[in-house]
Design a protein around this ligand. Sequence first.
Ligand code: ADP
Ligand code: MG
Length: 917
Amino acid sequence: MKQFYEQTKDEVLKQLSVNENTGLTDEQVKQSREKYGENKLPEKENDPYWKIFLRSFKEPIVIVLLGAVILSLASSVYAFQAQGDAEHGMESLYEAISILILIIINALLGFWQEVNAQKSLNALRQMNDRFVSAFRNSEWRQIPTNQVVVGDLLQVKIGDFVEADVRWITTDELQVNESHLTGESDAVSKNTKVIDKDVGIADRVNMGYSGSTVVNGQGVGIVVGIGTNTELGNIADLISSVEEKPSPLQNTISRLTRILMYFSGVIVILTLVIGILRAGELSVESITNILSTSIALAVSSIPDALPAVLSIVLTIGAAQMAKNKGLIKSLKSVETLGSTSYICSDKTGTLTQNKMTATRLYDGQYTYNVSGSGYSTTGKIETEDGIEAKPSTFLEGAVLCNESVIREEDGQVVPFGNPTDIALNVLGKKAGLTKDELLKTNTITRTFPFTSQRKMMSVVVKNDDGYRIYTKGAPDVLLSNCSNILLNNVQVTTQEALSKFLGIIDNFANDALRTISVGYRELTEDEAKNGTLESLETNLSLVGVAGIMDPPRPGVNESVNTLHDAGVSVVMITGDHANTARAIAYNLGIVDSKNAKVVSGSDIEKMTDDELYQTVVNTNVYARVAPEHKQRIVKQLQKHKQVVAMTGDGINDAPALRAADIGIAMGINGTDVTKDSADLILLDDQFTTIEKAVQSGRTVYANIKNFMRHELITNVAEILSLFLGLLFFNSRVGNVPAETPTLTALMVLWINMISDSVPSFALGYDVAEADIMKEKPRDPNESILANYTWSRVLIRGSAMGLLVYLSFIWSARSGMSVNETQTVAFLTLAFGQLWQVFDARSSYTLFRRNPFENHRLLLAVAFAAVTSILVTLIPLFHVVMGTATLPGWIYPVVIFVPALPTLILSALKELFKIKIW
Ligand code: ADP
Ligand code: MG
């Protein structure tokens, strides 16, 4: 059988039973899907639940805990066998069992968190699914890529991916990049002609292949292969669905946890050695006590939940950003966003509404004002003296060289196409010119779409008089392709005419208007049919200019101010005229002077990298920029150690987006290729969304820091109180024998896993601190423990640990039993940390934050408080944890006294501006 590229278009259509005029019917789609399946490559499956569950047993904490179980069992066996001491034997046995239960609870929690995180990540991924235009049931529809079936007619245009293997049936200056299959990095021109010999993929110019990118023009193809039955499918192994590389912070934290684990190992050994040396005579009691202390220490020195909570908090951040219309593609970006120091943004559509209205016109004779707003076609084009504009070559060119369509339905204008073109279409209509009317006598034979490099678009038009090219584009750029200017219908080449023309452009641009000119030239038939783009867009006559208004988006001004306060520089990068750019940048507060410096694309062209390096730090507006300049700007800013976010919408922006620390693509107007290379997708195309994402990034980082701070303070307090006991509690006090640990191992576990973990987890959901957008961006290389975090952890933790030890001594002195004494220490620590958590959530002290803001935290604290008291009341826990019911009057004391270290230290900090705690 002949290959698809060896068949004519009609043969292919026939072979696949497709009617070109209607596309597939729903029935055919169903049959095709049943036959060939879905259009996707096999993905790496999510791990099954049991695997996720088992994974949490690999965490360091679990290993330490299992060690503790073994120690407890050993101690139990020793008590039973060697000493026949059933009471101590049972105690150690209970301890072993309870630790096991806690290990399982911990595994379940980890499991639950991971499954949840995976769900949110999957949801985020789905939001990032791609769509294609397919012709089915006689209409063009947007369908998800995986729904494409063999026989579908797909339309592609510049910036799209080809989403299946296709045989082209119409092509319009279509060029694609197939380097993933052929290794050839230049774009290949495509056509629809039959190839009647056996050729390799690179030469099958009437075929398109899945995974290629469209770099020019447009085309329609019939799908001949999908999913694994594509050339891509032949070479692609399993594609791992969005790789989750650990973020720098995650790496830092795993390292920290590992260090703490070694530390814990050392402590355990040290305790054992000190304990045994100290005890002199080894009784069962002293041995089990020593073991108990070392287990408690081992458990207390690891911030167990850290790594798990970290990825959860990052995921929460990503989900929150998505809710605010910022779709993040990897957890790493959540973190990077928080340290962003430069935001380079496109102007049109991001800072402005991209709702264009032509408000001024110069047609080579008069300058007119245009009335009417938005896309409404009612309005007048009049000079100040009341002369109305008549159809002109400018308007003809502007309407014919135009890819938009406007229809009126119920008196409403329904526009399709790009806003610049729509504005010109509307302008034509106001002067009585419509495209439909013009197309009755003119045929467009070739179209060269607008590109942001050329800043022009052209059409070749045929009518009774012959062929003509109309080019429309940025006036100053177009001028260099013109040999004369048409004034009052006469072609002139004088300097005077040129200056007048440039004056008008400046005039329009200074009023923040976007300027567009038209040029034209008569062509011979040969030129018209075979001329290249370069040869056609030359020697034109310039025929006027329109000024187009594009109002700023609401809220941008405020966002820019917020970012400036936050130490983030905002840079506008646009293809527009320098004066237009400057005027709009001034209106938006991006620059604070009407005469601010504007660097143009051609300036950048002339600069060396070193010169550009000097320029980038004090330039906030770039005009007439081409996509390749963006990449240079990013690189030089990065040399200044800036963290750069860069937006882009066209296919040529992709390299700049990849080079940036945060590449930002537009969700609505962006091309698939830019979305693919971006880290953040603005679902609403709005600049304000970037600002919100930066704020979320900062909040996430702050929350992680708060969480860490709290966890570590607890660990320090536990270690210190146990260690003080080990060092100093070596003679009997009241009813409490020497070497009794300050806290039992299970009390420590309880605090770590329940009464402390639950509230610190709630810190991950905390809202932003009021001044989070008032601080300078964080240095991305800064340690999470920088800025006094270490000293704060040590000092606060030590104060708490000391108080716990003092409460222990005090209880022993007042004649309480062993269990009562340890219970007082336990409640002191538990409540101390419940007060401290309100301080941990502030970058300064608890007095700076409203304690009722975070409802989850309040719930968590209430839960922890109630359960911590319950374990002292319920007999079962007395046996297991070694707690005891205390006399009623002690409860208020152990609830409120532990607030003192936090309150006193924070008050001193506020009074004397002491940063170290
Ligand atoms: P930006 O996205 O920053 O607004 P563009 O690359 O879209 O910049 O536009 C740059 C210039 O190209 C505009 O100032 C205008 O003169 C011209 N231009 C824009 N759109 C079109 C179009 N569809 N056809 C012809 N010229 C255009
Ligand atoms: Mg644009």
